[in-house]
Every structure is written in structure tokens, then in C-alpha cells.
Design a protein around this ligand. Structure first.
Ligand code: ATP
Length: 235
């Protein structure tokens, strides 16, 4: 569904991505793991058109999107849940969800999707009229995921969805990821919590300073000694 070939990104003099090649097949969960600064967020931002691509090619459903504008990329079905959630703090939960559907015109379906999201996250339903900035960290994360789903993405990209959450909520986030996936979505996931990410992922890539150094089925990578030592904090 998504193909990246030899992707290079620079931030001024910093060569952040040094030729990334990867693939996200339809209806799969793919994860990128790696240390801080390895280039995981940059990869997602390049796919979304948020950082300029210096070299390489990104194709989505056979169509090249390497230099397509972000709004167009969203319309084509790729949505990013950015790191740090970035919900609209002064808007209510409901308003935030509606913002996620800004590119859609099917009003009745939008209403139905909001109800579906409330079924998935009853906590959000209870807080429908509350300003999003007053939600707890976990609730804001639920809202960020809900808002992303409102654009009805074919490919959902998530940047550190469990960041800063209590362990119980981390579990909840991974339950939700599996749940979204079972509804037929394709997911590209970045996580500091590499063990959990590799457990849910069909396939994983390990990034190190802008390069892919290892790849394989999620469970295989989770069991790989090198990965364990370097990224999972286990010998
Ligand atoms: P983390 O897990 O810490 O978020 P990451 O793997 O997502 O790490 P990136 O955020 O993609 O890493 O960063 C890759 C490299 O690019 C890092 O060296 C980082 O310092 C650099 N970088 C990222 N954003 C910018 C920017 N806006 N300007 C300059 N350098 C940047």
C-alpha cells in the first residue's frame, strides 16, 4: 500500500534519513523502532509531506506522493497522529472530533463515525462538552486517535501513542491499536515501547541514525538478541 524507496531527508546540515527503504502492506501493522533521534518521526513526517524530501520516492496505492502537499495526502487517505497529541485545547471533545472530519462532506456519516468513536472510547462520550485541554493525558491520547480516525484514513500513522502514559493506559492504547486494526485499517506505528510495538506488529524495521539496520516479522525482531540488547533493555 505504501512504499518508500531510498528516502533522504536533511534538516539544514543534518542528514536525518540516509536512504530508508520500507513497505507497509494493506491491512498490516508495521512498526519502526530505534533509539531517540534515529529518524522515526522524520520518516512519518516525510510521508505526510511535513518535511521536504531531498531524494527518494514515496508511493501510496501505486501513486507517487513524494512532493504532494499535506492536505492532499490526507485526502488520499493517510493521517498522522503526531507525537505530543496536539489536540485543540480550547475546543471541546466533540469539536476536536469534528475537526478531524474537516475534509469530509458526508454529514450523516460523520455523525455516525462520532458515535462509533464514543463506543470505542466511552470516556470521550462522557466528556463530550469538556474543553480538550482539561482532559487527562490518556484521554487526550484517545482524543488524538479518535480525531485521526474521523478522517477515515486508509493508512493511520501513529507517533509514540503511548508516550507519557501510565502503564495501564499504555495497555489500553495497544488494545485500541489492535481494535482499529481488526476493523480493517493499515497502521504504521512508532514506539519507544519497542517490546509492545513488536508484539502487535506484523513487521518491524529497526532504525539507527537514519538507516534501517534490521527488519523482520515483529515477533522475530522482539526475540532477536541484538534488538533485545540495544532496544528492549534486556540482555
Ligand atoms: P525520538 O524517538 O527521540 O522522537 P526519532 O527517531 O523520531 O527520535 P527524529 O525526530 O526523526 O528521531 O530525528 C532524527 C534526527 O533529526 C535527530 O538527530 C534530530 O535531532 C534531527 N531533527 C529532527 N527534527 C529536526 C528539526 N526540525 N531541525 C533540525 N534537526 C531535526
Amino acid at each position: 500500500m505504501l512504499k518508500i524507496e531510498d528516502l533522504h531527508v536533511y534538516y539544514g546540515g543534518i542528514h536525518a534519513l540516509k536512504g530508508i527503504t520500507l513497505e507497509v502492506p494493506e491491512n498490516k501493522i508495521v512498526t519502526l523502532v530505534g533509539a531517540n533521534g534515529a529518524g522515526k518521526s522524520t520518516t512519518l513526517r516525510a510521508i505526510s509531506g511535513l518535511v521536504p524530501v531531498a531524494r527518494g520516492k514515496i508511493t501510496f496505492r501505486g501513486e507517487e506522493i513524494t512532493r504532494t502537499k499535506t492536505a492532499e495526502i490526507v485526502k488520499k487517505g493517510i493521517t498522522l497522529v503526531p507525537e505530543g497529541r496536539r489536540i485543540f485545547a480550547n475546543l471541546t471533545v466533540l469539536e476536536n472530533l469534528n475537526m478531524g472530519a474537516y475534509a469530509r462532506t458526508d454529514k450523516e456519516e460523520i455523525k455516525r463515525d462520532i458515535q462509533r468513536i464514543y463506543e470505542m472510547f466511552p470516556r470521550l462520550k462522557e466528556r463530550e462538552w469538556q474543553a480538550a485541554g482539561t482532559l487527562s493525558g490518556g484521554e487526550q491520547q484517545m482524543l488524538a486517535v479518535g480525531r485521526a480516525l474521523m478522517s477515515r484514513p486508509a493508512l493511520l500513522m501513529m507517533d509514540e501513542p503511548s508516550l507519557g502514559l501510565a502503564p495501564l493506559l499504555v495497555k489500553e492504547v495497544f488494545r485500541i491499536i489492535k481494535d482499529i486494526y481488526s476493523k480493517g485499517m493499515t497502521i504504521l506505528l512508532i514506539e519507544q515501547n519497542a517490546t509492545a510495538a513488536l508484539q502487535v506488529a506484523d513487521y518491524g524495521y529497526v532504525l539507527e541514525t537514519g538507516n534501517i539496520v534490521l527488519q523482520g516479522p515483529g515477533k522475530e525482531l522482539a526475540a532477536n538478541d541484538e534488538v533485545k540488547r540495544a532496544y528492549l533493555g534486556k540482555a
